[in-house]
Design a protein around this ligand. Sequence first.
Ligand SMILES: [Zn+2]
Length: 523
Amino acid sequence: MIPEKVSNSQFKRSVCCLLAVLMCTLLCTVHVFAEAGEQTEVHMGQTIKVGLKYGSTAVSRFTVGCDGGFCVANYSSNGNMPVLQTVSATELEIAVNGGEVSVKDIATGDTVLSGMTTENMILPLFYNEGYSISIDGTMYHGGVMFTPSGSDKINIINAVNIDQYVCGVLPSEIGSSSPMETIKAQAVAARSYALVSALEGGNHASYGFDVCPSTHCQVYRGLKSESEACNRAASETAGQCIYYEGKPVMAYYAKNSGGYTQNVEDVWSSRLGYLRAVPDPYCQPYLWEKTYSFSELESRLAADGKNVGTLTKVEITGLADNGNVKEITFTGTEGSASYSKYTIRSFFGSSDVKSNLFRFNGAVKYVDVGEDGSIPVRETETPEDAAAKGVLMLKELFMLGANGSSGQIKADEVYVIGAGGEAKKVYADSGVGIYAVNAAGDKYLINDTGTIAKPNGDAGSSDYMTITTVEGSLNETSGSLRIVGLGYGHGIGMQQDGAIAMGKLGWSYDQILKYYYTGIEIR
Ligand SMILES: [Zn+2]
């Protein structure tokens, strides 16, 4: 899941071309492996560079394995890469010492490559035939590259075809048991996120790669996490990305909006046309709360270089149109300090204050609204009222045979049969339309668009939307601060909990994406 996605962090690059300077030649003891598998070019297609280990997790050595031997290719982002040489080992150790990178055959102890540069990639010799490699024991598609980190560490980078990358993301990000259309929506969003990171330089350009494998970008676990359902979703959407005004876009997504997604400028900085706030009744309420004493908040403020003296009041001083908190102000005996947008969660810790939709001493509130802001259809309304609002009225009902023949069914004789064999009359008890009834006895109204709406519950659709929100105080002076909120994550773009609910309601992947991203095209 992606509870968090912080905008570009500026990481200072400490060493830029150490290896490039050290290694101008790529050569040494190289054994030509197998005539049959020898290839002059690797065809990887659009590639994504994933930083597996970098910065504080950079390593001084790592191992790479492949049963069929290796080759070294010159990296190119379009994926057509000339093979520079072949190596007949099955397990290599790549180590850096005093700024020098060496590649050894573990079986023989021989140095098989020296002069590797940051532009070179080690791949399975039979890459084009579908072989994959292991990096420190974990299987990955594609190949491995590295960039220097200081003089004695290297960042490990897995360069991989974008569709294979998506296969390694889906199981962790959305799960193999989600509805197929939901997994496909996630596949297109994940692919767009990665593609734009590669094209425009994402959060990690200074380390020489496009995306990291954690929730900061997208969780990626390589080949070992892959599943049949997720691979099918990736292949059925292969190559598809999200476009806005003709350009592929960064498809930010999060776990649970809490009831209303966010305008991107209310959380980060610039306005983007495709990242607009939309009502989100599809996310099941995700409630959280956290309590802080004023003295604890004073210490946090002091640690952040903001000394306000003895804290006397905490206030919500800015709200977005959809009720999300945009600014919070701490007032003390010696001054005040404010935090706005995403820095509010950074101040508290974003796994404690899980979203920006919160109030002090709050409680959950349910608000029914129509898609166009109209009053929703209720079970108690008359058939005329319901018809005026577009609910399918049961006037005539036919059953169609396989050959197209039909027989009319009387309107007051419609039943659903439950899994336990019990029959429930679905029309007569309300008189406003056709209901489907689930195992728990909840009634879902079938509306005139053919979608299903729950009249008074959580998962709504076009006629019904129950927005969950929080009600509570905007300021606190009592000496302790109890924060109650809804949702998990930044609330921008697709919400995974909502996308799963939509998939269960029969939405297609492009309907899901077009609901959460405004004015987009998928191609
Ligand atoms: Zn990242």
